[in-house]
Design a protein around this ligand. Sequence first.
Ligand code: NAD
Ligand code: TYD
Length: 339
Amino acid sequence: MKILVTGGAGFIGANFIIYWLKRHPHDQIINLDKLTYAGNLENLSGVENNPHYRFVHGDICDRPLVDRLVAKVDVILHFAAESHVDRSIIDPAPFVKTNIEGTYVLLEAARKNGKKRFHHISTDEVFGALPLNTAEKFTPQTPYRPHSPYSASKAASDHLVRAYHDTFALPITISNCSNNFGPYQFPEKLIALAVTNLIEDKSVPVYGDGLYVRDWLYVEDHCEAIDLIVHKGTIGETYLLGALSDQSPQRTNLDIIKQIIKMMGKEEGVISFVQDRPGHDRRYAIDWSATAATLGWRPRHRFDEALQLTLAWYQDHQNWWKRVKTGAYRDYYQKQYQS
Ligand code: NAD
Ligand code: TYD
């Protein structure tokens, strides 16, 4: 299979490419990535010499480039996005451009090049927020009610993808996944930020009262789900992906920060309560039973075990995240590809 991965230099995309080349060593992957601040080719240094892998530096909004690349592949796996809620509050413009227009450009290329198979990687944040201390979860029937420019732009992209199926019979699937964590996550997202700050003896910022709940999924489990969707998914279907529900779905940000502090032998005095995020979604929880029933997918990792793996990874890869925090990772492309 020949695959175009967009956004493969980011957190989930890089984990996915590493995962896929191990599981499907005969497939070919083209990775199209603009290398925004979130794109880091050091994530892929282990596969850069693999003859089944090719990196293309470019923008998903670049129509001629996207057209050329889409013509070469059988499947498009669309990860590329602006992904950080806080950045979308500071400046929504790149979110609208990349997440909406970029998705449209890819869909058009897929449609015009013989209706290529298209899988869209999306988020549970499109559904809005659930109240605390209820058993309610997002299901495939939950109406869209996004609150941040990030989630609104992802919601728009989901609608476009579905419209291309319904109107043009483009063979699409969508996955709406909960918060991921694990290796190579940019240290601006909660768990990566907390772990790296604690290693550096810095404080950990907790927004508002800290009583916000996310449905944390280990990134490798997300990669496995996409693999199953590509091979066994039903065209036109939307798959919800989330963590094991016996991991205490009501675990708050504050609980998680305290757990990490304890695991790292630090004191709770490092917690710094800071101003809340505007429009902050209180709780996310996913009912992925339909995905389990149709694809046989379920997460392999329990939260505590995955958190341990993640902590160990950040302890063992200090050079990786220190280069991210200082910005030195940006030199890598220059050295590797332009010298
Ligand atoms: P990320 O921010 O770590 O990586 C995004 C990647 O996309 C980067 O490599 C960046 O350079 C690239 N990119 C951005 N704009 C581009 C453009 N115009 N053209 C080409 N490349 C571009 O994001 P992530 O956390 O890996 O998320 C990947 C996908 O998964 C996103 O679509 C996101 O909405 C979705 N998702 C993320 C999570 C999560 O918890 N991180 C959860 C559910 C869904
Ligand atoms: P984040 O990792 O940004 O993911 P998302 O906003 O997509 O869910 O944030 C996860 C939760 O952690 C969210 O409730 C906001 C909160 N948070 C903090 O309390 N402090 C922080 O420094 C960050 C980055 C997030």
